[in-house]
Design a protein around this ligand. Structure first.
Ligand code: ATP
Ligand code: MG
Length: 444
């Protein structure tokens, strides 16, 4: 590990020591090293108080990130290094914030307050790895385990529940049995945690490589935030198209799409309206008329409650609403969708449809073939620069103004008429032809 420590980190340790203090790297970056990954950021812990750290680094760029919590950030050679005074946290009366943070002279205390064994290790270039709780072995065995008594740890800070699930999804690790049990037992405490922190963890959970297993196992935990997931559990769809119950289908479809936040959220919600819209016909085949619209409604209200950003809410809402619309493999149909959704979102819709169809009974190749044909035509439309938006028309608003049309609304209306006609292949998208058409429209 030593050789891989960036120079600025080594410099910070040397500097702290030359001022008479200790310095260790700690937490996520040590875990990442043991996982063979390059850490994104470096956290350090020291026995110096924040004031002493500031004094020690008075000739450097220092940011007082959170003096009350003992954190000072040192900027060195382009790297930002958070230095936090060893802490012990005492009572957590609100299940999320320690009532007092007391600084400790002891790195052992600091490690004991950390959440999971894999996150509770420190490293020093001379003293090596400090691993009091078997974190290295747990990483080797791919196990997530609380430091100390899991119930107590989740009672202190319930966000750890979601951090545990997020790490399980992200790293593909198993959760040790006592920790797992406590995650279920303490799940209602999540209601006390700020919604922004919850949402950040849920998004990372959804973007993990092992999300299917985590969602299927821990749906009752995630349902504290999204209760509509519960009726999906084990729901038999009674149709030959579906080999999975609704939740399993959903979980498989999430893993079928790239780990991009709005795509993963769209898959989570795409069938959430199914249980409520279920009917079965006289042959005992299940139907879910109107489920896309209900899924969209539920998705939007949950995403608002989770305070997700407007762009994500709008993207997910559109993708959920249209996930089941039939697409025709014709350029006209594709251009209408491109006009309505814009190109990136239409491409997302295709990805959603692939992920959805690929999570159904295998062998229904017809739908996939249609999607593939749509992809081929889409590529052609894009590479040939074919027109599907006002912007792509061979005339623009200025041309119409020059022709004496000065009402903004009227300009918009005429451009739309032209666009419709071009998409429907009734008019060629050339300047002369479009100008001729504008003159005709003007006359009537
Ligand atoms: P990542 O940076 O990949 O999100 P991380 O584990 O580094 O994961 P950070 O939020 O950067 O997460 O926290 C750094 C370290 O602080 C953790 O490794 C862990 O030791 C400790 N930590 C973070 N959050 C908690 C918490 N809620 N309870 C206890 N310790 C925590
Ligand atoms: Mg980190």
């Amino acid at each position: 590990m030593e050789r891989r420590l960036p120079n600025p980190v080594k410099k910070v340790i040397d500097k702290l020591e030359s001022c008479g203090f200790s310095g260790y790297i700690v937490g996520g970056c040590v875990r990442d090293y043991l996982l063979g990954k390059t850490p994104k950021d470096f956290d350090m812990t020291t026995d110096a108080t924040p004031e002493e750290v500031m004094k020690c680094f008075k000739d450097y760029r220092v940011i007082e990130t959170g003096i009350a919590h003992g954190t000072v950030t040192v900027m060195l050679d382009g790297l930002s290094i958070e230095i936090t005074t060893h802490r012990t946290e005492t009572v957590y009366s609100d299940n999320r914030h320690p009532d007092t943070v007391s600084f400790s002279k002891n790195i052992m205390d600091d490690l004991s307050r950390r959440d999971f064994t894999m996150n509770a290790m420190a490293y020093h270039p001379r003293y090596g790895l400090i691993d009091l709780y078997g974190g290295a072995k747990d990483i080797e065995d791919k196990v997530i385990r609380c430091v100390g008594d899991p119930n107590q740890r989740f009672n202190e800070d319930a966000l750890r529940i979601l951090r545990g699930l997020r790490f399980a999804s992200d790293l593909g690790f198993e959760i040790e049995e006592n920790t797992r049990q406590a995650i279920f037992d303490c799940r209602e405490l999540l209601r006390l945690i700020s919604v922004e922190r919850i949402t950040a963890e849920l998004t990372r959970l959804l973007c993990g490589q092992n999300v299917k297993a985590v969602l299927l196992d821990a749906v009752s935990v995630i349902a504290v935030m999204i209760p509509e997931l519960l009726p999906m559990v084990g729901f038999d769809q009674k149709t030959p198209y579906h080999c999975y119950d609704i939740l399993t289908h959903t979980a498989v479809s999430i893993e079928n799409i790239q780990p991009v936040a709005h795509l993963r959220w769209a898959m989570l919600f795409h069938d959430v309206g199914k249980p409520e819209t279920y009917t079965n016909d006289d042959r005992n085949i299940g139907h879910f008329y109107g489920h896309s619209e209900l899924s969209q409604k539920i998705a939007v209200s949950r995403m608002r409650a989770l305070k997700m950003d407007r762009k994500t809410i709008s993207q997910v809402s559109t993708l959920v609403k249209y996930h089941a619309v039939p697409l025709e493999p014709t350029k006209k149909c594709i251009k209408r969708w491109l006009k309505r959704l814009s190109q990136p979102l239409f491409q997302d819709l295709l990805a959603v449809k692939y992920a959805d169809i690929s999570a159904k009974t295998p062998g229904n190749t017809k739908r996939l073939e249609i999607l593939e044909a749509v992809e081929v035509l889409l590529k052609e439309i894009v590479s040939e620069n074919e027109c599907f938006s006002r912007k792509g028309l061979a005339v623009n608003g200025h041309d119409l103004i020059t022709m004496g049309i000065d009402d903004g609304k009227e300009i918009g209306r005429i451009l739309d008429v032209l666009l419709e006609a071009v998409i429907d292949e009734k008019l060629e998208n050339t300047r002369d032809i479009l100008i001729k058409k504008v003159k005709e429209i003007k006359k009537c």
